[in-house]
Design a protein around this ligand. Sequence first.
Ligand code: SAM
Length: 303
Amino acid sequence: MNLCNLGVIRSILSEHGTDTKKSFGQNFLINPQIPFDIAEESYNYHVATKGACASCVLEIGPGIGALTNELCQRYEKVVCVEIDKTLIPILDKTLAEYSNVSVINEDFLKLDLKNFIKENFGSSPVSVCANLPYYITTPIIMKLLEESRIGKQCALTSLTVMVQKEVAERLCASEKDSEYGAITASVSYYGKVKKLFNVAPGNFHPAPSVTSSVIRIELYKENPHTVIDEKTLFSVITGAFAQRRKTLLNSLSSYFSNISKEKISEIITSLGFDINIRGERLSIDDFCRLADEFYKFNKENKK
Ligand code: SAM
């Protein structure tokens, strides 16, 4: 069955009394070359870094199974999480020939991810591969990054995901680029982002209004960035970009009402930054140094 054929998609959905749902960000792939290429990119990177033995992949949002089919042909174990219960009986049929796949009907954002990874994959290396629902791309990526560490090590190898082109550009930006923002700095704490290829709207049913891009986030097994407290790091990053048009000093001092502007100014200059610098000029290591100073100040002032 060609799961990327528009006629096939329409008839499977109508046989099961359902249709594509905008509320779940359902844009199904209708060009078989795209799921093939995404799965190849994901699996080749997995094998290059972890080898082919006990290869595992997590897919978020299998839809009717176009990408899942490609993943089942490559990985030893495939686990999918799909929120839409009307798609579960469809996936039972479209994935019937594979014994290496399980489909879980859950909202991915509500999963206890650490336990989910342990229960489904044990200690095997896991890659993530998905055509993400665009309405929750950032929360899904941040959940995967924040909740997939077991001890100091990351349980995930890489995320090979389709996102909106604009989001891909933000994620791939470097300091000085106008697209560099809180999400860029936060993701760069966990790994390196590479843009792989663009996908035009005509490759989906229904066609989205924007171009998409496939990216890969290659995760650090052990984080090379050192910071005393991650919570402080992420609030400093959020504070630095809370008021984009302002300087770092003004944005941070509007955000942290418990620290005087003078103190923030002192911290910024003590680290060697110009007092008029903007948040988008700071690398992730700069943010780590800044966060350490905020952490020390908060600790001192709690005493
Ligand atoms: N993988 C299919 C493809 O490429 O044709 C479908 C991709 S479609 C862009 C996004 C999928 O994510 C849909 O199947 C949708 O129902 C599912 N989804 C949306 N929100 C979800 C959530 N919170 N948890 C799990 N799946 C979700």
